[in-house]
Design a protein around this ligand. Structure first.
Ligand code: G6P
Ligand code: MG
Length: 214
């Protein structure tokens, strides 16, 4: 039985995954690195600095950590520029209603995002109060695919990991959820997220009557 639902943020609740891509692409262009949406799949769910390393690996470039940090900071400024213009209407249709429905059924709700900007995004979408617990990139050491973030989220809502259902759009996130011993719904394509227990194209497609099937 599922007693807790844990949501990733970028690409699950709102399309900030696209803003991350545009910002990384701009940096890649500056560095002369060819960077496609397919390449971007590897960056989803992982921390800012791990994303930086993957981008450099894709481009076959090497640089010291100070320079990498400067570039990652620059990418973050571009990303935050997009974020600060966000309106509450940008939340994916039906997601706020889903959160409310789950809570009205007594299901505990947590957010687990590797992003250090997660809380700000929730504030701008006006949904910070919809969660029983919020865990973000500032609170963990190891990012997805390590299970740390999901285990911390489960402990914050006091639910056994086996009774948690994770909503994830990243391959690294699906792996993290499975490593945590949780059930997982992949939001996106079977090709990318095939290891998840179920795939949906949109978060709001989840039918709360299906909770008992996991
Ligand atoms: C999420 C996104 C990643 C992003 C990471 C760090 O996991 O899926 O694409 O790189 O958060 O985000 P931040 O806002 O801290 O740079
Ligand atoms: Mg995501």
């Amino acid at each position: 039985m599922i007693d807790g639902c844990i949501f990733d943020l970028d690409g699950v609740i709102v399309d900030t995954a696209h803003y991350h891509f545009i910002a990384w692409k701009r940096l890649a262009d500056e560095l002369g690195i060819t960077f496609t949406e397919q390449d971007n799949e590897r960056l989803k769910g992982v921390s800012r600095m791990d994303s930086m390393s993957i981008l450099l690996e894709i481009g076959g470039l090497h640089m010291d950590l100070t320079h990498q940090t400067e570039l990652a900071d620059k990418k973050n400024v571009w990303f935050v520029d997009f974020v600060e213009k966000m309106q509450p209407e940008e939340i994916f249709p039906g997601v706020k209603q889903l959160l409310k429905k789950l809570r009205s059924k007594g299901v505990k709700i947590a957010l687990a995002s590797s992003s250090k900007n997660a809380r700000r995004v929730l504030q701008l979408l006006d949904i910070e109060g919809e969660f029983d617990a919020i865990v973000d990139g500032n609170m963990i050491i190891n990012t997805k695919p390590d299970p740390e973030i999901f285990l911390l989220a489960a402990s914050r809502i006091h639910i056994d990991p086996k009774q948690c259902l994770v909503f994830e759009d990243a391959e690294a996130g699906v792996e993290a959820a499975l490593a945590a011993g949780m059930k997982c719904i992949g939001i996106g394509s079977m090709q990318q997220l095939g290891k998840a227990h179920k795939i949906l194209s949109k978060t709001a497609d989840f039918d709360i009557n299906d909770l008992s099937t996991f």
